[in-house]
Design a protein around this ligand. Sequence first.
Ligand SMILES: [Zn+2]
Length: 284
Amino acid sequence: MQLTLFSAGYCKQLEAISIRGGKWRSMAFPAIFGCIEHPYWGLILFDTGYSSHFFRASDAFPYRLYRWTTPVTYSEGQSALHQLKQRGYRAEDIRYIFLSHFHADHVGGLRDFPNARIICSAAAYESVAGLQGFAAVKKAFLPDLMPDDIKDRLTLLGPSALCSLPASLAPFTHGYDVMGDGSLLAIDLPGHAVGQLGLYMVDRHGAAYLLGADASWSARAIRESRLPHPIAFALFDSSAYKETFRKLEELHHNQPRLQMIFSHCHEAWERCRVEEEGRGVGIE
Ligand SMILES: [Zn+2]
């Protein structure tokens, strides 16, 4: 397996919100997605980032509130679809999309991949399914981003699919064997959003990754044990977030070589830049 990271647009937010002790200055936060080239299952996306669909879906009130609160910078060349085409892939080549959660910066490109099976947690899907108007915006969910046939394409991971995780992933004990062959293990990372999932994988060189979505704003915050500013907890379930964060700190302590990739992390963004500038070849 090989993992390549991309960023599809970014939004602006105060650094101090994302990490305790950060500066009260506006900072860009990338919307990172991953492309996993799996030797058996083909191309699998981890989230999708923003796309032009995001702007259409947030045009009308009250959905426009989303754009006002998190101003997004995006150009068409940054869509997941465009960037994958640059690599020689077609939309139809994407066989699976693994969704960490349903916030618009993660599902923005879903409509561009009509053949992909969509894998997510049952709790995450149920928390947003059918939401419209203010109830949707409150959960950073834009209903128009959902493909019309999403119900036919969903694979929902729920409690009945839980399995034991390898001891090396302690303190996480249970997760989901996403493809049924042990190659991709999904882990519950609740707090930032209901039913948020992370994805653990080992690439063909033996490098281990945890794609941690929004369980932290950065890998640095985990290393330095710096939670977000308390203001951030007005937005989500603070006790679940802190518990997930604590477990990630413990996992990092136990497995310092495990690379934690968070969707809005600047270290991960730097890897995308290296990739885009052609100075590197993925994150091998
Ligand atoms: Zn996000």
